[in-house]
Structure formats: structure tokens, C-alpha cells
Design a protein around this ligand. Structure first.
Ligand code: SF4
Length: 434
């Protein structure tokens, strides 16, 4: 929870999480829908999904106990890398294994005056070895690891390190090299940089006489840019005015794992990003998602009043408006997404939204979570849920579960921050078009 997120933000999430999942077995017995609802707003949802699958694996295959050594934990538990394994095993099992998070990386880069590519294997090997040297003889490796993390985050900070308060100052090479008056028996006369086979030369404009020259600065990789067509598809009953919205659940792995979103066609380029093509997208989507899709986007014909075989009282709906709503920009760590949003109004007779295509390829997660949603009048009814498999022409890339959600419940569904922004953008249109 604390990855890229401040402690004050995390505390209420952590308390709710622990109240719901006091043991690993409670977590393992849960599902992605519940887990995401507790994580909603924290971002980086794949972490929540991995916590769930890690707990499930531990319960199913390891009698509900995490391995008691870092090597097995890293190898066997999804979502646990070297850092997490080191932290858990040193703190919980008193195992002499190091940790290297961003704080310790910075601290040790300064402590050793290491000016080298911060993410290169060679640099990381050196820093992991440095972290190990702090705990290898220790009786309290967990405490030492926590102390290093804490020292990095509170004293050896990114911009304003407080070297005068630092207990490592006397042995710190970075401090000695940048403070002319610093001295200690361990200080060396030779310029370490000249002797070092690992460090890159220090550019003169970077050397401002501060320890913040370590770790080496690298140009930040620009996130790649992608344009997605996001379609807020509403079905409105001609009979009673009830309003339902189509939501698709994302796969359980990867970006925004298991969250719901409006039907989206990702990464459009060239002609597909033109406004004329965008207007055709909802039509294509509905062909894939509905049992009886509308005939044509701009059809002059009335929708068929002919009842279908599967539902004798059902009438094919018609798209009556496709209204561009504008763009929402949402930046993930590695992708800058522009969501080009349009509101698609589908109207039809009857009290129920159009039937979704039947399951072609089951999504176990969706099945297990076949919970109820309230209809607009507040009564419980089973959600309209279906699974759609990847078809050749399907713009939706993977097997996904789809459902109609009443207007009043869209915001309560597990949607991410970007989707919430999309929703707010479309809501503004209604006040204009009403
Ligand atoms: S002396 Fe300064 S640079 Fe060195 S570890 Fe301490 S705070 Fe960081």
C-alpha cells in the first residue's frame, strides 16, 4: 500500500483492509471485486490483485503459511520480489537478508559515493551487496533494515539531506567528498572517482558541492502516449425512462486489473483516431456485446419491432445520439493515456436493458462474483452479466465480463480514478442536452 503512496493516505485503507482480512485465510477466501473495493482510490491496482493471488497460493499450496526464507518466498509467492521478501523475512523471521528500496538505494549511493547508472545491474549488485554488509553479522536484521529505510526517508532525503544529524556521517564517502572540512580515519586522499571502474565521470555542471549529486541523475523516460476511444453507453427505456450503463471488467492481470470501465478501444492511431471513425466505434462495440445490436448508427429505419426468438417481448434498440464529450488525460507510470470520450445513447422499449451476448469463454472471476445490483427503483435483481471472448473483429482485447449497471450505481462500482473522470465529464453533457 505504501508504494508511491504517503503513510497518512494509507492508514485508513490499511485499517479497513486489516478489519476485513485479519488473516491470510480471510484474504484468500475473498475475490477481486471485494479486494478492489477496499483498494479503490489507492491506484496501482495490480498490487491488490497480486496480494490476493499470493494469499490464495499460500493457502492452497503452502498450508496458509508464507515460506520462512526470502529465496522461496520470492520464487513462490506472486507479487513478492526481492525487496518484499527481504523485508518480510528479516522483520518477521529474523533472517539475515537485506532490503533495497528507493530510500536505501539513495542512502547507499551517497554512503559509497557511487555515481553510476542507478538501475544498471552492476550498480544494483553493488548496492545489494552494500545493504547485505549492514546485516550479515546482525542479531536484529529486521531492525537494521527498518533503520536504513527510515534513515533514507527522514534524514538522507532526496533534496535536503540533513548530514549533520546522520549517524553514518563519519563513514559516509559522499559526505567526505563533498564537504571539504570533513575528516575521518576512513577518508582517503586519492580521488575515488579516478580509481573507480564503476562510476561515470561527474559532469562539472552537476557538481554543486552537495551530496545530492548521488545517486547519478538520469533522464526520465517519457511515458508513451496512447489514445483510447471510451464509450459511455447508456440504454434508456422509452417506456419508463430507466437509465442503465454498460461496464466491462478488465482482466485480472496487468493495468487496472479487475476494475470496471466503459467499453474502450485502446491505442487508436492514424485513420482510426479520426472523428468519423470514432463515431463508428460504439456501433462495432455493440455488435460484439449485444445479442441483438442496433441496425446502423445513422439508420433512418425504425428499429425492428419484431420480437426475437430468444425473447418474444424484446425489441431491438436504436442508437439515437453519439455525442463527443471531450478528452480526459490520465498518466500512469509508463503510459500517458488520452481518453477520447463519447456518450452513446441507446433507446429501446421494455423495462430491461438489451440482452448481452451469452458466455462464449467463461471468466471465472465474473462467475464467482455474480452478485446483485439494484435496479433504478431500488429493488434487488441479478445483474445482467455476460462474458465475451476475443473475436477477430472484437476491439476489446481479452475475455471480459460485461454488465449493465443502473445510473445510481455507476460510481459505487469498482472503477478507477480515470474512469471516474470520464463519468464526470459525461454527466456534464446531460445538463447541457436536457
Ligand atoms: S552523511 Fe549525509 S549523505 Fe551520507 S548517508 Fe548521512 S545523510 Fe546521507
Amino acid at each position: 500500500m505504501l508504494q508511491q503512496t504517503q503513510v497518512a493516505t494509507v492508514i485508513p485503507y490499511y485499517n479497513k483492509w486489516m478489519a476485513k482480512f485479519p488473516t491470510i485465510r480471510d484474504l484468500a477466501a475473498s475475490d477481486i471485486e471485494t479486494v478492489n473495493s477496499l483498494w479503490k482510490g489507492l491506484g496501482y491496482y495490480s498490487r491488490a490483485a497480486r496480494l490476493l493471488s499470493g494469499a490464495q497460493k499460500a493457502v492452497k499450496e503452502l498450508h496458509g503459511r508464507l515460506p520462512d526464507n526470502a529465496k522461496d518466498m520470492e520464487a513462490e509467492i506472486p507479487g513478492v520480489g526481492r525487496y518484499s521478501a527481504g523485508a518480510i523475512c528479516s522483520i518477521a523471521y529474523n533472517q539475515c537478508v537485506p532490503v533495497l528500496d528507493g530510500n536505501v538505494h539513495r542512502l547507499l549511493s551517497r554512503f559509497t559515493a557511487l555515481h553510476a547508472q542507478p538501475k544498471s545491474k552492476r550498480t544494483l549488485d553493488i548496492l545489494w551487496a552494500g545493504a547485505e554488509s549492514f546485516i550479515e553479522q546482525s542479531k536484529r536484521p529486521g531492525d537494521i533494515n527498518q533503520a536504513l529505510i527510515e534513515l533514507g526517508s527522514t534524514v538522507c532525503t532526496v533534496r535536503d539531506p540533513v548530514c549533520s544529524d546522520c549517524p553514518l556521517r563519519l563513514w559516509c564517502k559522499g559526505y567526505q567528498k563533498t564537504q571539504p572540512n570533513a575528516s575521518h580515519p576512513s577518508a582517503v586522499d586519492a580521488d575515488i572517482e579516478d580509481l573507480c571502474l564503476v562510476c561515470d565521470p561527474m559532469p562539472s555542471d552537476e557538481d554543486d558541492g552537495s551530496v545530492t549529486i548521488y545517486p547519478m541523475k538520469t533522464a526520465r523516460k517519457k511515458p508513451r502516449e496512447e489514445l483510447d476511444s471510451v464509450n459511455v453507453i447508456e440504454w434508456r427505456s422509452i417506456n419508463n425512462g430507466d437509465r442503465w450503463f454498460l461496464l466491462v471488467r478488465r482482466p485480472q492481470g496487468g493495468l487496472l486489473a479487475g476494475l470496471h470501465e466503459f467499453p474502450t478501444v485502446p491505442n487508436l492511431t492514424g485513420a482510426k483516431a479520426s472523428s468519423s471513425d470514432m463515431a463508428k466505434v460504439p456501433y462495432r462495440l455493440l455488435q460484439e456485446l449485444l445479442m441483438h445490436p442496433p441496425h446502423s448508427l445513422h439508420s433512418e429505419k425504425e428499429p425492428s419491432k419484431k420480437p426475437t426468438n430468444s425473447n418474444p417481448s424484446y425489441h431491438v434498440p436504436k442508437i439515437t445520439h453519439v455525442t463527443p464529450a471531450g478528452d480526459v488525460v490520465h498518466v500512469f507510470s509508463h503510459i500517458k493515456k488520452t481518453y477520447r470520450v463519447q456518450w452513446v445513447l441507446l433507446e429501446g422499449e421494455g423495462d430491461e436493458p438489451p440482452q448481452l451476448r451469452p458466455a462464449v469463454s467463461p471468466d471465472q472471476g465474473a462467475r464467482e462474483n455474480g452478485n446483485c445490483v439494484k435496479n433504478p427503483k431500488g429493488k434487488q435483481r441479478p445483474s445482467k452479466r455476460s462474458e465475451v471472448s476475443e473475436a477477430e473483429v472484437n476491439p476489446i482485447p481479452q475475455t471480459l465480463s460485461v454488465q449493465w449497471v443502473p445510473l445510481t450505481q455507476v460510481e459505487d462500482t469498482n472503477i478507477g480514478t480515470g474512469v471516474l473522470k470520464v463519468w464526470k465529464l459525461v454527466e456534464k453533457l446531460w445538463t447541457i442536452t436536457r
